[in-house]
Design a protein around this ligand. Structure first.
Ligand code: ZN
Length: 329
């Protein structure tokens, strides 16, 4: 089969190669990958993360159609479209038994610590797939871009009484944080420099310069009850300034830097909480499947697998207006 493969870190080493088809064990499924997306973790996996095995196939977010199932798999059959939970878990450790597959003691990220989905086929455990007839771009956005903000908003306990500010609302996760916040009934304020963010249905769309004053005005001085900051350091101070009393600042990424200054007074005087979250569980994915059909995916460009390296290079383009997908079969 064809796959994007690299042996040495760096996008320039990524190339399309013919590699052996993966074999299917009794509890596995073989999937013909239909569509994969490009996420920050994919760029990091090629550029800097310690990956396994080598030569390595990146691709941590994708969906496909089942081609073959192992002897012990009965919940899906060849021909089924499936959403894929892209973290491997054993199902038996104490974290898994609590339903917290993200922290499986033997867990691995597909596309980082095991072969990913930028390939014509992938084999994953049957326990990682769920049948779904949702559209392509939605299934190809579920495992990371939708699951991460869904879990983050849940962890922050977002409800209809909240004012949720999403910093970086045009981002891979930001665009879904905005829409999921609305689905949970909250008032949503999107902060972004990109005009197309208005299409996502936020109650207010603000640019960075005006954000603090505008949020003060919109909330009659209360400020936000929840701030979602997936971008990290660059917007940390702004995020804290936007947060009202009893506010919850939820963070799950550090694209613009992971080291920040923190004055403890800003936290306790506001009775604030800082919540770190990390993707989501299989249970979150199951919940998300029920509502994901209501989410719109802002797609910028779709490339064939042959142009996978170019697709990844384009991720850093300042012109990017939405998601980048790789169409495979
Ligand atoms: Zn486990």
């Amino acid at each position: 089969m064809k796959a994007l493969v690299f042996e040495k870190s760096g996008l320039e080493s990524l190339e399309l190669r013919e590699v052996p088809n993966p074999s299917v064990g009794d509890t596995d499924v073989r999937i013909a990958v239909k569509m994969a997306s490009v996420n920050p973790v994919d760029i990091m996996s090629v550029e800097s993360l310690k990956v396994y095995p080598i030569p390595h196939i990146p691709g941590s977010e994708f969906f496909g159609v089942v081609e073959e199932v192992g002897k012990k798999v009965s919940h899906v059959s060849p021909g089924d479209r499936v959403a894929v939970y892209t973290r491997l878990f054993d199902g038996t450790c104490r974290s898994c038994l609590r339903g917290d597959q993200t922290y499986c003691k033997a867990g691995k990220r597909i596309g980082v610590e095991s072969q990913g989905g930028y390939a014509e086929e992938i084999v994953v455990p049957g326990t990682n797939v769920v049948r779904s007839d949702l559209p392509d771009e939605i299934l190809a956005s579920l495992p990371i871009a939708m699951l991460t903000p869904y879990h983050a908003l849940k962890s922050a306990g977002v409800s209809s009484s909240d004012v949720v500010v999403v910093v970086g609302a045009s981002g891979n996760t930001g665009m879904f944080a905005v829409q999921l916040g609305k689905l949970l009934g909250a008032t949503v304020i999107a902060i972004s420099a990109k005009p197309w963010v208005k299409e996502l249905g936020a109650d207010y769309v603000l640019d960075y310069q005006e954000a603090e004053e505008a949020v003060r005005e919109i909330t009659f001085g209360d400020m936000a009850s929840v701030v979602v900051n997936s971008l990290g350091g660059k917007y940390w101070d702004l995020s804290l300034r936007l947060l009202g009393n009893h506010g919850r600042l939820v963070t799950f990424g550090s694209l613009t830097g992971g080291n920040v200054n923190l004055n403890i007074n800003d936290i306790y005087l506001k009775h604030a909480s800082i919540i770190g979250t990390n993707r989501g569980s299989m249970g979150d994915l199951m919940e998300l499947l029920k509502i994901a059909g209501k989410l719109q995916v802002r797609t910028w460009k779709v490339f064939p697998l042959e142009q996978g390296r170019f697709a990844m290079e384009q991720f850093k383009s300042s012109d990017r207006k939405g998601r980048i997908f790789i169409r495979i079969n």
